[in-house]
Design a binder for this molecule. Structure first.
Ligand SMILES: NC(=O)c1ccc[n+]([C@@H]2O[C@H](COP(=O)([O-])OP(=O)(O)OC[C@H]3O[C@@H](n4cnc5c(N)ncnc54)[C@H](OP(=O)(O)O)[C@@H]3O)[C@@H](O)[C@H]2O)c1
Length: 244
């Protein structure tokens, strides 16, 4: 999301030639007004080769906080290609009074945290993350993902909805009530767009199994699009700095 917002902010800059790189997971991504390239680079060396080949000056890693592989590849590739690197990662949410979070390290931990007693579970996770829940078929699942889940989870009780957000708290609360959800599994994405379910869970006193963020490489980092633009302005960027 930040990558697209940053691209929108930079699109009209005559001093920059911006390229946005997408992994290609989403069938119809919202396209920004800058050139877009799609698909993996072939690991850190592939990314370094791309940066050199395209004569990139600046690399901004504005990927999702849970996309740890590409962030790690960026940290390895930037020095190899002698490219300046900035990470733009929105801050995570922190629990406030009334929240009932159960923090877990990974999806397998989330499955375990659901326990043996059948529950009605709202999975606000990506397509790639839900498969381990097939090991806990005693629960009823409501799965919401950006892309449709195909094939469906191998459990007797599961319903699916798609949606990209932003999601308002009142709508999230209505959804949780309508499906009589008693526990939520979510990622700590940060930002307002997907916070509605967390606030709604608090209002309904529902527990949230929160997947902890993966560790990210130690590189220079900012938390907002404004700060990334300011960094670019202050970086001793040559006249035709290119960013990914
Ligand atoms: N993981 C999540 O929870 C999550 C949530 C929402 C959105 N997304 C978005 O979905 C995309 C993929 O996520 P992921 O979890 O698969 O990431 P990942 O595990 O960090 O990356 C896996 C591989 O996908 C390729 N890749 C990832 N991001 C790329 C990019 N921006 N441009 C080109 N190649 C990219 C890279 O392939 P090569 O090694 O071949 O270069 C990378 O090694 C990311 O852009 C991320 O922002 C992820």
């Amino acid at each position: 999301m930040e990558a697209r917002q940053l691209a929108e902010r930079l699109a009209s800059r005559r001093d920059l030639a911006v390229t946005l790189s997408l992994a290609g997971r989403t069938a119809a991504p919202a396209m920004p007004p800058v050139p877009v390239r799609v698909g993996g680079f072939g690991g850190a060396q592939g990314l370094a080769d791309y940066l050199l080949d395209q004569k990139i000056d600046v690399l901004i890693d504005a990927t999702h906080p849970y996309a740890a592989m590409i962030s790690s590849n960026a940290a390895a590739a930037a020095p190899r290609a002698r490219v300046a690197l900035l990470a733009l990662h929105r801050p995570g949410w922190t629990p406030v009074a009334g929240d009932r979070w159960i923090e877990v390290g990974d999806v397998a931990g989330a499955v375990r945290a659901l326990g043996n007693v059948p529950r009605r579970v709202f999975l606000a996770l990506g397509r790639k993350e839900i498969e381990p829940f097939a090991d806990a078929p005693q629960h009823s699942y409501l799965v919401r993902s950006v892309e449709a889940i195909m094939p469906p989870l191998k459990v007797p009780h599961a319903a699916y909805i798609t949606g990209r957000g932003p999601f308002a708290e009142a709508d999230e609360r209505a959804l949780l009530e309508q499906h009589r959800i008693d526990i939520i599994v979510a990622k700590n994405s940060g930002g307002p767009a997907t916070y509605g379910k967390i606030a709604a869970a608090r209002a309904l006193s529902l527990p949230v199994i929160m997947l902890r963020r993966p560790p990210l490489p130690a590189v220079e980092a900012v938390e907002t699009v404004d700060d990334a633009v300011a960094w670019l302005d202050h970086a001793s960027a040559p006249p035709a700095a290119r960013g990914v």
